[in-house]
Design a protein around this ligand. Sequence first.
Ligand code: PEP
Length: 250
Amino acid sequence: MRQTLVAGNWKLNGSLQSVKELISGIKAGAADAGGTQIAVCPPFVYIPLVSELLAGSSVAWGSQDVSDQESGAFTGEISAAMLKDFGCRYAIVGHSERRALYAEDDEFTARKFAAARKSGLIPILCVGETLEEREQGITEQVVERQLDAVIKLEGIAALGEAVIAYEPVWAIGTGKTASPQQAQDVHAFIRAKLAGLDKAVADKVQILYGGSVKGSNAAELFAMQDIDGGLIGGASLNAADFLAICKAGG
Ligand code: PEP
C-alpha cells in the first residue's frame, strides 16, 4: 500500500516573514492530515530557516532543483550534499519550468536525478507533455522518453527510490486541471511501463499528479488507483489551501 504524499513547490515566492507564517500554519494543521506525508520545497535560501522551523515535526522539506555537479567552478549552483546538510529529504528535478525556461533536457535532468540520489536525497522526477504534444497524441511517447533518460543513466531500480510527478504542462498554473481519468490514464501508463521492467519498483513508486490541484479537486484525483498524491504549486503558498489538499489524501 503506497502512502499519499503531498509536496508543495513554492517556486520563486516568499519572504522571511511569509515563510515563517506559512510554516507555522502548516505545522499547526499537519496532524489533522491523516496518514498523508507532507513536504515543502522552498526557494534555496529559505531552506535553513525551514529546516529549523520544521525540525522534529512530521513535515519534510526539499529543494526545487539541484546541481548535477558535486563541487567546483559552477557559479550559482547548489549541490545535493549541501541540501543534505540542511536536512532536505527531497529534490525536485526536471520541473517543466526548468525544462522550458532554462532549457534543461532529459539527459541533464537524469544527471540531476543521479546527483540527488548519490547524496541520499529522494528525487521527485517531473514528467509531462505540453498542450501541443497532447493534441498531437504523443503524451505517452513524451513521458516515456523523459523516464527512459533516467532509466538509461541510473537503471530501473533507482526509480524505486524516487518519486515521479506527472505534471501536464498545460495544467500547471493555468487553473486547468487534468480530469481524474486523464491523469489516471497517464499514471497507469507510467506504472505499466515500469512494471514491464521491474514489478516491485512499479508497485512501490509514488506517482504524484501536479497541475492546478486545489482543495476542491484533490480528493477525486487522489482517489484514482495510480495517483499517490500531488505536487502543488500555487495552492501550496497558503497554509489553509495546502492543508485542505493534504487532508484530501489522508
Ligand atoms: C507545479 O508547479 O508543480 C504545479 C503543479 O503548479 P500549480 O499547482 O500552480 O499548477
